[in-house]
Design a protein around this ligand. Sequence first.
Ligand code: ME8
Length: 659
Amino acid sequence: MKEKYYITTPIYYPSGNWHIGHCYTTVICDCIARYQKMLGKDVFFLTGTDEHGQKIEKKAAEKGVTPIEFVNPLIDDIKSIWNALDISYDKFIRTTDDYHIKAVQKIFKTLYDKGEIYKSEYEGWYCTPCESFWTDSQLKDGKCPDCGRPVSKEKEESYFFRLSKYADRLIKYYEENPEFLQPKSRVNEMINNFLKPGLQDLCVSRTSIKWGIPVTFDEKHTIYVWIDALTNYITALGYGSEDDSLFKKYWPADLHLMGKEIVRFHSIIWPAILMALDIPLPKKVYGHGWLLIGGDKLSKSKEDKIKFELTDPKQLVNRYGSDALRYFLLREIPFGSDGVYTNENLIGRINSDLANDLGNLVSRTIAMINKYFGGIIPEREKETSFDKDLISVAEGVYDKYVAAMDALNAPDALSEVFKLVSRANKYIDETMPWALSKDESKISELKTVMYNLSECIRIAAIYLKPFMTKCPNIILSALSLNGEDYSDFSSVKKFGGLKSGVKVNTIPPLFPRLDLKTEEKEIEDFLKKEKESKMESQVKPEVKLHDHSDKPVIDIEDFAKVQLKVAQVIACEKVEKSKKLLKLTVKLGEEQRTVVSGIAHAYSPEYLVGKKLVMVANLKPVKLCGIESQGMIICAENDKGELSFVSPERDIEDGSQIF
Ligand code: ME8
């Protein structure tokens, strides 16, 4: 029977603002999952979405939709990102899935019945974006120690998990299982910052939050979102359901991988819950570093910092392809540490490693085989003095590659493969095939050189399979090897497995060289356009009101809620970067207001100055293109889209009520 390997990403918040940093955890997991499969293991790779909690509740309310209506389209969105990046997950769990909800309720009840959860009163600080509770002493300058944002004081009846009693057991567990939490620096961080100062019992239910999983035996309580989220790793396998065969087969997880900011949840709270449930702990929890931009994490709420770089995963895949993006993420960031993301770094990696080193090696080899041997890979004949070293580099890759991958160190494993690529490029310079081809007596050496080069690119392609999903197969098809079963590493440990006498296929350049200046210019233009269209789309709330369909009959009370007033335009100008919007300064008696209106196509600013209009005066202010609009101008619009603002029939003071 195959050895099993269970690997998980964290489940993602459906924020919709996904950037390249978010892809980091999932791309590494995908690479490790593919690698473990190539080692012959039975791999189960889990990912999904973390859909409950106050944050989602708030966002949905802001949009005027229910939480589930808010999250549903975002789930399709994240799945399409994983699709674009060729992520080979076996299961996608949503915490709104029925089976998960039932299992979490069961787990909560079990913990309560065991006395691990008890009822009390919570008073403390809550950070909504991080969905985290903090004590006075844990706050940093009165703010959330994780993200630095303001926290709010919360007091309510709550259930508590007896986390405090697990501190010593956890320290002991870390000591006895040095492989459990990695890299090592995270162990010290957890012990010194959390475990040694002593753990407090954890508040695991809220009555003020409705969007979540209710406690079955006390329905006004909603289960704390992190308890709901962490248990996904077992509920996805059927734990707590009628069919727990996957749980029996795959648990304990071989690897939980995540960013360092959520290691605390995975290495303290999660193991304590598992201990309380008498379930074995995961074998490894690894907290990777962040992808930084401008010295900052591309984090959940700092999106404005990322506007100078193209960070949208789908746009990046459209532009550079999934292989280039995967390669960059797996190669550029020293594993366990932070790394810097810039478009320049990404383009640099594509040009130097993929276009120059790998791409050139493949295209030169295929071109030379075409030129010197009519496209047929020759058999090795006479050795050259450079073969030994080349072969020893090729045969030396395996041990170092496997050691690096087993340590989850993708950059080092890639670096071993690229040492072979560089060695093969150097071999071309050393053997000078163009010179050999001119000397009849050297043809048997030329044959050896061509065979060895083809074998090097075959070996490199197979090692690259966990990292990139397209280019290795293209390389293998260039060597007419696409029919071969290269689902493991058995054919690359020893040099010489390539069949000769096979016809090569000419392929387009694997990674065309990119011109940095052109790329930067195009990215800048693209980002500018995108920003403009985002601003335009912010005008939508007003556009929506131009809905000509019949509206429902309303009571006089409904109408009475709308306060209409006469307003006189005292200044008016176009809104920069918008084709539709005008910014009007209007007077309503003593009061002055700013109104942003989508009527620029119908009226010039000059025409409007001095005019008296009808305006909705009690509309909640909205920001349009960064300007707060404090009301709305009433217009008539015909089927052709022609506009006419509405004016009082005779001159009447501005500020007058309309009823
Ligand atoms: O934390 N660099 O979800 P999430 C590297 N729902 N990794 C980054 C990153 C960056 N700039 N930004 C985000 C959550 N990530 C919880 C998890 S699990 C039971 C619940 C990584 O959507 C982040 O570190 O905020 C994490 O591994 C993943 O994206 C999902 O983050």
